[in-house]
Design a binder for this molecule. Sequence first.
Ligand code: IMP
Ligand code: MG
Length: 186
Amino acid sequence: MINKQDMMQDIERILVSEDQIHRRIREVGAQIAADYRGRTPILVGVLKGVVPFFAEMAAAIDIPLQEDFMCITSFEGGTASTGKLTFRKDIDHDIEGRDVIILEDIIDSGSTLKMIVELFRARRPASIRICTLLDKPSGRKVELTPDYTCFTIPDAFVVGCGLDYDDYYRNLPFVGVLKPSVYQDR
Ligand code: IMP
Ligand code: MG
């Protein structure tokens, strides 16, 4: 069982600091605002991992926009995708003719986003782009390239800034590599 004081002891090393995250989100947010000026995109967050990233990124994009969320889980209590995707919540908005920007915490195999993009395409939006906090290109199993990437990271299981292991560690303000001893022998 993980308790709050022990969270830091479970971290092998910090990969992206709190400060780096804030600065980079402001940078990418300004880029998105410039790219979409004159339009009103709809930001779609993929729950639950996207929550802190979504809040900060939405505030950094200083143009009128709408917000929506969907929930798809690809693995539960593990560190590798099972390949079995569970669709839990759809978005509320009709996206026909809209400029959609999907926000995700991390892209690993790419299967989660590929499935969402295919589902959305059938709804005839004007455009779809992907914005991710983290990209782990070494894990890719399907072809998928994000349009906006805050950080590209090596092949390691990371937690913090929304990313979890068994729903824990999401509230760490940085992105850190989880010690393998935490998830081995479980
Ligand atoms: P994909 O479908 O393999 O691209 O996986 C995407 C989802 O897997 C993300 O939304 C995360 O929930 C989860 N995920 C992938 N890598 C990590 C990681 O290093 N730490 C925590 N969650 C991860
Ligand atoms: Mg996720």
